[in-house]
Design a protein around this ligand. Structure first.
Ligand SMILES: NC(=O)c1ccc[n+]([C@@H]2O[C@H](COP(=O)([O-])OP(=O)(O)OC[C@H]3O[C@@H](n4cnc5c(N)ncnc54)[C@H](OP(=O)(O)O)[C@@H]3O)[C@@H](O)[C@H]2O)c1
Length: 255
C-alpha cells in the first residue's frame, strides 16, 4: 500500500485522474483516497471510479479558492476520522500556452495576468493547501514512529524537469510554468528543512513527459506508464529524498 490515506488535487483528467485510478485499483488500496477537482459534475470518469470503489471520495476544490480552505479541511477531517492525513499530492497545475507554439508564450505576447495566474496556481496554491493540511499531516506523523515515508506523512509536489536550471535544454519561453515550478521546488526544500524534523516528508517529483492535455500527444509516455512508475517511486521514498526533485523512476534531478 502506498499510504493509508491519500489526497490528490486536480483529478478531473490527466495524471491526477490516473493516480486515483491506479491507487483505488491496486491490490492493496489505501483506506481512503480523496480526489479533488474544481468541477466534479463534469468529471465523469472520476465519478464512475467512485461508484465502483468505496474508498474514493470526491471533493470540489479549486486550488486558488483560498476562502474554501476551512470548509475543505473540515470535509477532509470528517472523512479521515481520528487519523491524520498520510499523503498530500499537489498535482493540479496550469501552463502558459498560446496558439502559435506547443508550449509557452513568447515574451512579446505574454500578458501579466497569465503569468500571475500560472504562478498562483502552481506555487501559491500548493503552499496554501499544505498550510491548511499541516495539522492533519502532523497528526499522521505523530501517530506513526520511525523514518520519513509516504506511509507516515508526506507532501508530494508534482513538479517538472522544465523547472531544472541544471538540465535546461529546451523551450526557454515557458516563463510562467518554469518559474512557478522552480519556486515550488524551493518551497519543497524549505518545507522539508522545517517540517522534516516533525516527521513529514516533502519531495518534488517529475512524472516524465506524458501524453495528457498539458503534455500533448507528442510526449513519449502514456499516463499508465508514468503513474505506475511514480507510485512505485513514492512507496520507496525515505529521508534520503527529503527536499529533492526526483524523476518518475526515482533519479535525482539537479536544481
Ligand atoms: N504531462 C506532462 O508531460 C507533465 C510533465 C511534467 C510535469 N507535469 C505535471 O503533472 C501535473 C499534472 O499535469 P497533467 O499533464 O495531468 O495536466 P492536465 O492534463 O492539463 O491536467 C491538469 C489538471 O489540473 C487541474 N487544475 C488546473 N487548475 C486548477 C485549479 N485552479 N483548481 C483545481 N484543479 C485545477 C485541471 O482541472 P480542470 O479539468 O478543472 O481544468 C486538471 O485536472 C501538473 O503538476 C504538471 O505540471 C506534467
Amino acid at each position: 500500500m502506498v499510504s493509508e490515506s491519500v489526497m490528490v488535487t486536480g483529478c478531473s483528467r490527466g495524471l491526477g485522474l490516473e493516480m486515483v485510478r491506479q491507487l483505488v485499483k491496486s491490490a492493496s488500496p489505501p483506506r481512503l483516497v480523496i480526489a479533488t477537482c474544481r468541477n466534479p459534475e463534469k468529471a465523469t470518469e472520476l465519478r464512475d471510479l467512485a461508484q465502483d470503489h468505496n474508498c474514493l471520495k470526491i471533493l470540489k476544490f479549486d486550488v486558488v479558492d483560498y476562502k474554501s480552505l476551512p470548509r475543505l479541511v473540515e470535509e477532509v477531517q470528517g472523512l479521515l476520522g481520528a487519523s491524520g492525513l498520510n499523503l498530500l499530492i499537489n498535482n493540479a497545475a496550469i501552463m502558459d500556452t498560446c496558439p502559435t507554439q506547443m508550449f509557452g508564450v513568447p515574451l512579446e505576447q505574454l500578458e501579466q495576468q497569465l503569468f500571475s495566474r500560472v504562478m498562483e496556481t502552481n506555487t501559491t496554491a500548493p503552499l496554501m493547501l499544505t498550510k491548511a493540511m499541516l495539522p492533519l499531516l502532523r497528526q499522521a506523523a505523530k501517530g506513526c514512529e520511525g523514518c520519513l515515508s509516504v506511509q507516515r506523512a508526506a507532501v508530494i509536489n508534482v513538479s517538472t524537469n522544465a523547472s531544472s536550471m541544471g538540465r535546461f535544454t529546451f523551450n526557454p519561453d515557458i516563463y510562467g510554468y518554469r518559474a512557478s515550478k522552480a519556486a515550488l521546488n524551493m518551497l519543497t526544500k524549505a518545507l522539508a528543512m522545517e517540517y522534516g524534523k516533525e516527521g513529514i516528508l516533502f519531495v518534488a517529483i517529475h512524472p516524465g513527459w506524458v501524453r495528457t492535455d498539458m503534455g500533448t500527444s507528442a510526449a513519449p509516455l502514456n499516463v499508465e506508464e508514468s503513474i505506475s512508475d511514480v507510485l512505485k517511486t513514492l512507496s520507496n521514498l525515505t529521508e534520503d529524498h527529503s527536499g529533492l526533485l526526483i524523476s518518475n523512476t526515482g533519479d535525482i534531478i539537479p536544481w
